[in-house]
Design a protein around this ligand. Sequence first.
Ligand code: IMP
Ligand code: MG
Length: 237
Amino acid sequence: MTSFFFREIGEYEMDVNSLTIAKEGNNILDYHHRAREYFAEDVNGPRNILFMVRKRVIMLQDVETILLDKDVLAKRVHELGEEISNDFAGEEVLLVGILKGASVFLSDLIRQISLPAYIDYMVVSSYGNSAETSGVVRIVKDLEDNIEGKNIIIVEDIIDTGLTLAYLKQNLFNRHPKSLKICTLLDKPARRKKEITIDYKGFEVPDEFIIGYGIDYAEKYRNLPFVGLLKREVYDK
Ligand code: IMP
Ligand code: MG
């Protein structure tokens, strides 16, 4: 089952990339047809795979463009891990992931860090189900442990207005860590309201609605293995 899954994603994505999805035809029957061509000879049961492909296609239909594919993401995450490992050589780090969006990034990042590394999570209120930030930040779930004297790296999926991070940074700073850094996979500087120093940054992205690799719209699309743009018609409804 697992090997199916990966093969399906891998091959299907290649197909999707080469088709520049959503721009041409964007027709679910067309995708089915192509999927059938790919998998028709699979001895393990094309019907099973088609079912998975169909679910995936429905998500893919909402994607405008793929911005960062999984190889580009993996390479950059590796570089960030190395950078952190060098900067903190001989020490330990505690990654503080901001749920839920940062969970995918954090899981990949921590495996690229060659130091004793620990994980904790916070939940803060953010966009809710709309595409606009409310500016209201509330801690829904706090850290489990005291961070005094520790090297803290806040791990975020995407920084937009900066309101969430500005608040969090001050909040964690008041707990007297040894050091406090910010690591974000994506930076959307166009709409920044609070100046914020980003110590480790994966990529800059345009002022569009981003999904995938942990990042959601109304809780959907977190499982896309790439970072993409959500079609405007999906959130302008
Ligand atoms: P900020 O406080 O405006 O910087 O918002 C940060 C949070 O808003 C991020 O951690 C995301 O959860 C969410 N967010 C910002 N931009 C996007 C986006 O383009 N897609 C999905 N979520 C976003
Ligand atoms: Mg977030």
